[in-house]
Write a protein that binds this ligand. Structure first.
Ligand code: SAH
Length: 516
C-alpha cells in the first residue's frame, strides 16, 4: 500500500523553517540530569558537542554529514527498529512511495532515451540514494517489457551510504536478506532481470567508468540530502590581523593591508547552544526541548569561505547585497560533474586549482579523466529547489511527518536543503564539453508530458475496489498538484543528455517526443 494523506513530503517542512537569527534565541529548555550534567538527546549530539568543544565550530556541511551518514547513529546509517525513515510510519514520504506511476514513467523515460540514442549496448543503470528501492523496482518492472532494452543492460549499480537501506533494497530487488561482498561493494542477482546483477557501492566513484559504457543515471531526492555550506555577506567585515585560518594542510595567516582580497562572505558554523543558567528550565516544563545546536557567524575566514563563494559569477553578483545568505553544496557539484563525464567524457585536464587561490576557480569532478569517442547515456535528476535562484535559508528538519529544528536530536531528524539546479547545470557544463542540459522543469510538466493522466486512467479502470481507486486517484494528483499541498511545482526534473553536433533534440518530458 502506498500513499497516506497524513504523510508529509520533505518540502512541506519548509514553511516552519526557522531563520538563522531564531536559531540563536533561546526558546525552550535544555535537558539536565539531577547531577547538573547536561543531557544530550542522542549519543551523536554528545560526540558532536565534544568535538566542537575540542576543535572549534564546524561547518553546516560537516554537521549535516555527521547527522545523516555518520556510522555512529547518522539518520540514514543508524539501525532503525522495525520501520525505516520512509512512509506513514516513518518521517516523510517521497513520490515513488506515493504512486507506482512515478517509477513507471521514469522507466518509460529511460526506454525513450535509449531508443532516441540508437539502442546502445553495454547499458549501466545507476541510481544514487535509492531509499527503499521502490523507484528502481517500478523502473525495472516497467522496462522488463522492453526485451531489447533489457538485454542491453550489463549491470545495475546502486549508490547507497546506509547498510540498512542497502539490505532493504536487496530484499526488494533481489529477494535476498543480505547481498554478498564484491570488489567494489556488494552484489546480488536482480529479481526482475534474469542474468543481470545488482551491485551496491558507497560512492559513485566506485562505479566502473569506461568509454564504451552507456550510463543511465537516476537521482531522486538525493541531492537535497547532500551537505551544504552556508555563507552570509557581512558588510565592512574586518579580519583581525592576528587571526589564523585552519586548513587541512596546516594553519595559514590571511593577507592583510590594501592587497588583501575584499572578502565579505562569512561562513555560518554550528556550535552547541549555551548551557548558561538562564536556560536551565527543566525539560518537563516545556513542550519541545530547545535545540542543542545553533548557527553562528564565523568571525574569521574559513577555508571554504575564501574559496566556494568565488566559484560562480552568481555568488559574485550578491557581493553588494548586505546580509545575503547563500548555500553551496560542493559534494553535489562533484556528483553531478561525475554524471556529466560518464555521459560526455571529460574536458582536457587543466592545472589543478589550489583551494585558496584568488582567481575564479571551478569545482570539477575529482575522478580520473574519461575520453568518450561516442557520447551516450543520460541522467535524470528529480528533486526540489528553485529553478534559477540560489537557495538561501533552506536547511530544514523533519521528524514523524512534522517540521522541526535541524539542530535538535542529531541523527533522529531528517535534514535536507533545496537543490541549486543552476549550480548543478554550471558544474555539468564545466565538467564535460559534450553534454547538454534540459530543464529544470516542474514535476507537474514532466509527469504530465510523460502521460501520467492517461496511465492513471488506465489503472483506475482496472482498480479492484474503491479503496484502491481512491489511493490511485489521490496519489497521482498529489504528484502533479501545483498548489501548496502538492508536489507538482516545488519538485523539478532536470536531464543531462549527450550533445550531438547538428542535432537538436529535446528529450521526452522536456518538450520532446519519443523518437527511435
Ligand atoms: N530516492 C529515494 C530515497 C531518498 S532519501 C526516494 O525518493 O524514496 C536519500 C537517499 O540517499 C537514502 O537512500 C540515503 O541513505 C541516501 N544517501 C544520503 N546521503 C548519501 C550519500 N552521501 N551517499 C550515498 N547515499 C546517500
Amino acid at each position: 500500500m502506498r500513499s497516506n494523506s497524513l504523510t508529509l513530503f520533505r518540502t512541506a517542512a519548509r514553511c516552519a523553517r526557522p531563520c538563522p537569527t531564531s536559531y540563536r534565541t533561546a526558546q525552550y529548555g535544555i535537558r539536565w540530569s539531577s547531577s547538573g550534567e547536561r543531557q544530550w538527546s542522542t549519543p551523536l549530539a554528545k560526540s558532536l558537542a565534544e568535538a566542537i568543544t575540542t576543535t572549534g565550530p564546524i561547518s553546516v556541511a560537516s554537521y549535516m554529514r555527521q547527522c545523516l551518514t555518520s556510522p555512529e547513529g547518522g539518520y540514514y546509517t543508524r539501525q532503525t527498529t522495525g520501520h525505516d525513515q520512509f512512509g506513514a510510519k516513518g518521517d516523510f514520504i517521497t513520490s515513488p512511495e506515493i504512486s507506482q506511476i512515478f517509477g513507471e514513467l521514469v522507466g518509460i523515460w529511460l526506454y525513450a532515451e535509449w531508443l532516441a540514442q540508437g539502442r546502445k549496448e553495454k547499458v549501466q543503470i545507476i541510481e544514487v540514494g535509492p531509499g527503499r528501492g521502490t523507484l528502481m523496482d517500478d523502473v525495472l518492472r516497467t522496462i522488463s517489457s522492453f526485451k531489447p532494452f533489457v538485454q542491453s543492460i550489463e549491470a545495475i549499480y546502486l549508490v547507497e551510504a546506509s547498510p540498512h537501506l542497502r539490505n532493504q533494497q536487496a530484499r526488494r530487488l533481489a529477494d535476498t536478506e543480505e547481498p554478498s561482498k564484491s570488489d567494489i561493494g556488494w552484489t546480488a542477482p536482480c529479481k526482475r532481470i534474469p542474468g543481470c546483477n545488482i551491485i551496491w557501492c558507497e560512492d559513485i566513484r566506485f562505479v566502473p567508468k569506461d568509454e564504451t559504457s552507456t550510463p543511465f543515471i537516476l537521482a531522486h531526492e538525493f541531492f537535497d540530502a547532500l551537505p551544504i555550506h552556508v555563507f552570509q555577506n557581512i558588510p565592512e567585515s574586518k579580519i583581525p590581523a592576528s587571526s589564523t585560518i585552519l586548513t587541512p594542510t596546516g594553519p595559514i595567516k590571511p593577507t592583510t593591508g590594501p592587497q588583501a582580497p575584499k572578502n565579505n562572505w562569512h561562513e555560518l558554523v554550528v556550535t552547541p547552544t549555551s548551557s548558561s543558567s538562564d536556560s536551565k528550565i527543566p525539560a518537563s516544563s516545556t513542550k519541545e526541548p530547545r535545540p542543542e545546536f545553533q548557527l553562528t557567524v564565523s568571525k574569521t575566514p574559513t577555508p571554504h569561505s575564501l574559496y566556494l563563494p568565488k566559484t560562480s559569477p552568481r555568488y559574485k553578483k550578491l557581493e553588494n547585497t548586505p546580509n545575503a545568505i547563500i548555500e553551496i553544496s560542493p559534494e553535489s557539484l562533484s556528483y553531478i560533474s561525475d554524471f556529466a563525464v560518464r555521459i560526455g567524457g571529460s574536458n582536457p585536464p587543466t592545472s589543478p586549482t589550489p583551494p585558496l587561490c584568488t582567481t575564479t576557480p571551478t569545482i570539477s569532478s575529482q575522478s580520473a579523466p574519461l575520453k568518450k569517442s561516442t557520447t551516450s547515456g543520460a541522467a535524470l535528476i528529480l528533486d526540489y529547489g528553485p529553478s534559477s535562484t540560489i537557495p538561501s535559508n533552506t536547511l530544514r528538519g523533519i521528524r514523524s511527518h512534522k517540521p522541526c529544528s535541524p539542530f535538535s536530536s542529531p541523527g533522529l531528524v531528517d535534514l535536507s536543503a533545496d537543490v541549486d539546479f543552476l549550480a548543478l547545470a554550471e558544474s555539468v557544463l564545466n565538467a564535460s564539453p559534450n553534454v547538454e542540459i534540459h530543464g529544470p522543469v516542474e514535476q507537474a510538466f514532466f509527469l504530465g508530458s510523460m502521460g501520467i493522466k492517461e496511465r492513471a486512467e488506465r489503472l483506475l479502470r482496472g482498480a479492484k475496489d474503491e479503496e484502491t481507486r481512491k489511493r490511485l486517484e489521490t496519489g497521482w494528483k498529489r504528484l502533479v498538484d501545483r498548489g501548496p499541498d502538492g508536489m507538482g511545482k516545488t519538485y523539478k526534473a532536470m536531464a543531462i543528455v549527450p550533445w550531438q553536433e547538428g542535432r537538436v533534440r529535446r528529450p521526452v518530458g522536456f518538450g520532446g517526443d519519443v523518437v527511435g
